[in-house]
Ligand binder design. Structure first.
Ligand code: FES
Length: 150
């Protein structure tokens, strides 16, 4: 897990206050504008489920209750997810102070059910997405050499 111990932000980026509401407790932590929320949480000592760190598996699903975010780091993000307030902590950066909710046992299931109901599982990756994608914090330093290979 060396990726998780490396800093992804420059230290100069604006920081936002994030309130995370879980069934058993409310957490607060700071997240930089150039930092994925998952890593800000882990750095603050807050555990979260995660697997792919690419915005694909939805293990890290949460809901946005207030504030604005940048979901563009996710390998899959659908307008229906945004409308329903879902986000993926591993590939979402804050753009304001935030209020999030996450039930570590239920939110992923809710997002999966939401995607099934909206036929989102059948959609394909955008062209070239797989070859450009890097896991976790390395995703901030995407190698774009593959962009011109096809
Ligand atoms: S860890 Fe897979 S989508 Fe976040």
């Amino acid at each position: 897990m060396t990726e998780l111990s490396a800093k992804s932000n420059t230290g100069d980026a604006k920081q936002f206050l994030v309130r995370l509401e879980r069934p058993d407790r409310i957490y607060s932590f700071l997240a930089a504008a150039d930092e994925y929320l998952l890593y800000a949480m882990i750095d603050a000592g807050i555990d979260s489920p995660y697997i792919c760190e690419q915005g694909w598996c939805i293990a890290c699903a949460a809901r946005l209750l207030a504030g604005s975010v940048d979901r563009s780091g996710a390998l899959t993000v659908y307008p229906e997810d945004v409308e329903a307030g879902f986000l993926l902590l591993c590939s979402t950066m804050p753009r304001s102070d935030l209020i999030l909710s996450q039930d570590e046992r239920q939110t992923r299931r809710d997002m999966m059910q939401h995607r099934i109901e909206h036929n989102c599982l059948a959609r394909a990756y955008p062209p070239g997405a797989r070859s450009r994608f890097r896991r976790g914090r390395a995703a901030a330093h995407v190698d774009t050499r593959d962009d011109h290979s096809s």
